[in-house]
Design a protein around this ligand. Structure first.
Ligand SMILES: Nc1ncnc2c1ncn2[C@@H]1O[C@H](COP(=O)(O)OP(=O)(O)OP(=O)(O)O)[C@@H](O)[C@H]1O
Length: 513
């Protein structure tokens, strides 16, 4: 194949047919029905949202729309023509691409190599023509206004740049239909606006998007149509403008959902201090001092680059701090040691469940009980019935959608995996719970469950530290420390307004403007 970007698929542009039409799709995994007679129609030029609770079947639909899996039943057509055979990857790539949350870019290769992987221009002797490759990559990125040096290793790209490079790569195969799977999950506010500007530009240039997100306000901002899936079924498709937020949530959940909020609840004067962080300095120079008492929920908020995640990771031992002390219930923690933090009574929900959270091939039961061997057996011998009983409680308490405790975590939807991480954090009855972006990728109803659990453990006297930029997460806090560029710039007590908090996270002081 040549290294020059090819045009749209097989002369398909210009028809009135939907870009994609999936009809009566059914997909089963063993006894789980992931899609039941579900479908979607996406028209040319629209930005179409696909929403639904965790486990509703969105990712399964994406895998069928991109030819990664075959449906058990039903049909997919692109521009009115039946989808290509599964094995013809090139034909699929000319029609559709998905940009996933997890990168499909190879970090050790340059951007140019990633763009034209296996499509290198070669000399007659079969040698790769590096200068041509680079030139083609530069041309491609220039065509779509992506400003990235194609010679840099892909590992040095920011999340935002990586997404743009993946979009350009999809376009270079000829696809004009792109699925974005939770594209804003790892972006800060400014990154999200740049992504939306890019989506609008590409739309003008004839690109159609299917946009998957749990952030409903984004759907109102960037999408024209919305399709809702619930329990493996298609519930509705409607213009976004005709569906208000309450109706959308009701379609997703089948009920009305209100998020928990902290009431004003003064702590008893004798509530012991469970967390005391003094003059903590991270490797990158972010600083924090904070205390949390028994029954208190303290938030640490901040946008991208605020240092909130770094300080949280230094507190729990995921990163080694450059200075300062962390004391949990009177015991000084060994810097940089997660086992020591767990041993001192910390329950942890880390930011990246793929990297630090779960072992995907192990069962829910094994993952939930991983850090509490003493609760499920004696002298190193694990009692499987006890382990399963504990896991069953977790499945019930957190409303995890799974057939039972033996299901491997890899088979759960993203939001349900996050609940397993929370289950594991709670399994040890922690004195202090540290939650880092705990509801990322979690649907509204599951968010309500997860945040509701925090309220319960707080009542039992656990101290909680919530590190997040999500207003829903922060609303359950008694007070919120706001970080900006590595420093705490504000402390907001109960009753803060969304505007005030967002402004503080952006580094704007509303009182002084
Ligand atoms: N490989 C698999 N094996 C077994 N079950 C699976 C597999 N993939 C998905 N499922 C099940 O199919 C159902 C639909 O899952 P899917 O991942 O499509 O949901 P989703 O809407 O994308 O959820 P989320 O928002 O959490 O990512 C879930 O019950 C899930 O557990």
């Amino acid at each position: 194949m040549s290294a020059t970007p090819s045009g749209p698929a097989d002369g398909l542009v210009g028809t009135d047919q939907p870009v994609v039409e999936a009809v009566q799709i059914t997909k089963r995994f063993g006894s789980t029905v992931a899609l039941a007679d579900a479908g979607i129609v996406v028209r040319r030029g629209e930005t179409h949202a696909l929403v639904g609770r965790n486990g509703a079947g969105k990712s399964t639909l994406v895998s069928i729309l991109t030819g990664l899996q075959a449906a058990d039943d039903g049909a997919v057509a692109f521009d009115g023509r039946p989808a290509p055979p599964l094995g013809d990857r090139d034909a699929w790539r000319r029609r559709v691409a998905c940009v996933y949350q997890k990168s499909t870019i190879i970090g050790s290769l340059t951007v140019a190599e990633n763009l034209f992987l296996n499509r290198h221009a070669r000399s007659r002797a079969g040698l790769i023509r590096w200068s041509r490759l680079r030139h083609a990559a530069e041309q491609l990125l220039a065509e779509w206004s992506v400003e990235v040096d194609v010679r840099q290793p892909a590992s040095t790209l920011s999340v935002e740049q990586r997404q743009f490079v993946e979009i350009a790569r999809a376009l270079s195969f000829g696809a004009r239909f792109i699925i974005l799977d939770e594209p804003t999950a790892q972006l800060d506010g400014a990154g999200i606006s740049r992504l939306f500007t890019r989506i609008r530009q590409l739309r003008e240039q004839g690109v159609t998007f299917l946009f998957i997100s749990h952030h409903l306000q984004e759907i109102y901002e960037i999408c024209d149509q919305v399709t809702v899936f619930r329990d493996a079924r298609h519930i509705l498709t409607a213009p976004v403008a005709q569906l208000n937020r309450a109706a959308l949530v009701a379609a997703m959940t089948g009920e009305d959902v209100t998020m928990p909020e902290a009431e004003h609840r003064p702590l008893p004067a004798d509530a012991p201090v469970l967390l005391s962080v003094r003059d903590l300095v991270t490797a990158s120079g972010a600083e924090l001092s904070v205390e949390a008492r028994a029954g208190e929920v303290v938030g640490v908020a901040g946008g991208g680059g605020s240092g909130k995640v770094e300080v949280a990771e230094a507190i729990v031992g995921l990163a080694r701090p450059a200075g300062g002390t962390v004391v949990v219930d009177g015991r000084a923690l060994r810097p940089g040691s997660v086992p020591d933090a767990l041993d001192a009574g910390v329950g942890l929900v880390p930011q990246d469940r793929h990297r630090e959270g779960l072992v995907p091939l192990l069962s829910i039961a094994e993952n939930v009980t991983m850090t509490v061997p003493d609760r499920i057996g004696r002298r190193g011998l694990i009692s499987p019935p006890r382990r399963d009983a504990l896991a069953r409680d977790t499945i019930t308490d957190l409303a995890i959608k799974a057939a039972g405790p033996q299901v491997p975590v890899a088979e759960l939807s993203g939001g349900n995996q996050q609940k397993v991480v929370m289950g594991r954090a709670l399994a040890s009855d922690p004195k202090l719970l540290v939650l880092i972006t705990p509801t990322a990728g979690v649907d509204v109803r599951s968010k309500q469950t997860l945040l509701g659990v925090v309220e319960e453990v707080r009542r039992r006297g656990t101290g909680v530290l919530v590190v997040s930029d999500e207003l829903d997460d922060l609303r359950i806090c008694d007070r919120v420390l706001v970080m900006f560029q590595g420093r705490v710039v504000r402390e907001m007590s109960h009753g803060w307004s969304d505007n005030e908090l967002v402004a503080a996270m952006e580094g704007v002081d509303l009182h002084h403007v």
